[in-house]
Design a protein around this ligand. Sequence first.
Ligand code: GLP
Length: 244
Amino acid sequence: MDLIIAKDYLDLSRRACRIIASEIKKKPDLVLGLATGSTPLGTYQELVRLYREEGLDFSQVVTFNLDEYYGLSKDNPQSYHYYMYENFFKHVNVKPENIHIPDGTATDVEAVCRKYDEEIARYGGIDLQLLGIGNNGHIGFNEPGDELLTVTHMTELTDDTIRANSRFFNSIDEVPRKAITMGLGTIMQAKKIVLLASGKNKAGIMAELLDENAVSTKNPASFLLLHKDVTVIVDEEAASLLKK
Ligand code: GLP
């Protein structure tokens, strides 16, 4: 695992953007796994800037998002569909047919999940996966528990996550209790992973992840310790409790 300690959030976002841009330049039809939440927003802004100012070309890039709330339609401002279009897709030249996000309104969830994994496999797997991390160590919506599923699946959100994510909703009651998420297997099969963590509230989980050298389903992100090519970018606040 490579650890980069960025000065601040802007520096973190620029570094993440540079890694993504350099992979796109090496492989214009990059299969890019994308994350939501507040952490990658700056990275998307930087990528949009590179598209506008330097012509970074997304025309052949294929994207797969990690997750979507269950029960939210694409036009719901709290859905990850909406987030991705507002913050990234509508500002760059990614082709709509190359964008994949789990359908939160699916009735046959099992079929939608199987199709999602098949599509990822059809493109040869994810080349570069961008990740955030929950305060409880979740990646995508793979929540801590007794077991972690490998494939795309429906999951119940933990109280921790519902509370943490309620900041994006009018009230905690509006936060969906379920979500569709890529599984740990798909994430771990990504050829390259970039994990971002910013701010003091991520310092505890980052210390647990980086100092303990242990893998546990109680901290889903800990499985990344087993991956060959992970770059962790933290800002100074998120690094503030690291011992090493
Ligand atoms: C959500 C997403 C995760 C994300 C996490 C952290 O729950 N499903 O993919 O990493 O939030 O969010 P933030 O970056 O806002 O702290």
